[in-house]
Design a binder for this molecule. Structure first.
Ligand SMILES: [Zn+2]
Ligand SMILES: [Zn+2]
Length: 240
């Protein structure tokens, strides 16, 4: 009884704060986001391209269909899916994690994954691989956001997560500063598989924070397939 009174008093004195904007959340709203921020978290759902996962307009009907890009040329990965569109409050949370190694972003990101359900599981994966960072960049940043997100997505299968399979061998300018062609040139030959990694016949889920042009995950998928991977599905938190 006293415990309950105390707990309620603490809630009134220190109401939970929104993971997006930091505003107090009304007590009855049993969530991590205030209603304004929650409305801005937009999940990507059908109709979408069954290959690259891009959201399509429902003018062409509600059915999933191949996008123009995939009709023209199939990507090196088997499929890609992203949970939400890259906009606030998700954008701020991913920035906080990526550039400030601020793990206070984790509860907000976790609650978005929780709300998204387990739609992202396409296969029973043998390996879950985060997109690698160049070691010096990893040291400077303090964490690899793709690894943190892989752990959030696959809480029950953390033993399958292996951040050592792919190696970034050269420091390249951040992809966000480059256009599509420059991105491909920038990455060519800079990602390798660990020499003793046994990938033959494996089903892999490659995890990253944001899918923009898909250049990075395409390069990683190519390397994984060249080393014998049977299936490479891509999972990213957000899609630009
Ligand atoms: Zn908010
Ligand atoms: Zn597509």
């Amino acid at each position: 009884m006293l415990d309950q009174i105390w707990a309620n008093l603490m809630l009134i004195l220190f109401p939970p704060r929104c993971c997006g904007c930091g505003d107090p959340i009304p007590m009855q709203r049993n969530r991590n986001f205030c209603s304004l921020c929650a409305a801005r978290v937009v999940f990507i759902s059908s109709p979408l391209c069954p290959v690259c996962g891009i959201g399509l307009s429902s003018d062409g009907g509600g059915e999933d269909r191949f996008c123009h890009g995939c009709l023209r040329c199939l990507p090196t990965f088997d499929s890609a899916r992203s949970l939400v569109y890259y906009r606030d409050p998700v954008r701020t949370l991913l920035h906080q994690l990526k550039f400030k190694a601020d793990t206070r972003a984790v509860p907000g990101l976790r609650s978005v994954i929780y709300e998204g359900g387990d739609w992202y599981r396409k296969e029973d994966y043998d390996l879950i691989i985060p997109v690698p960072l160049f070691p010096a960049r990893l040291k400077k940043r303090g964490l690899n956001q793709a690894l943190v997100l892989a752990r959030l997505f696959f809480t029950e299968e953390s033993e399958k997560i292996d951040p050592t399979v792919l190696i970034k061998v050269e420091n390249t300018p951040a992809q966000s500063e480059l256009n599509g062609i420059e991105r491909r040139k920038n990455l060519a030959g800079t990602i390798r598989a660990r020499p003793n990694a046994d990938l033959v016949g494996s089903r892999i889920c490659l995890v990253d924070d944001i899918l923009t042009t898909g250049t990075t995950v395409s390069e990683c998928s190519l390397i994984l397939k060249e080393n014998g991977a049977k299936i490479v599905d891509v999972l990213t938190f957000a899609r630009a």
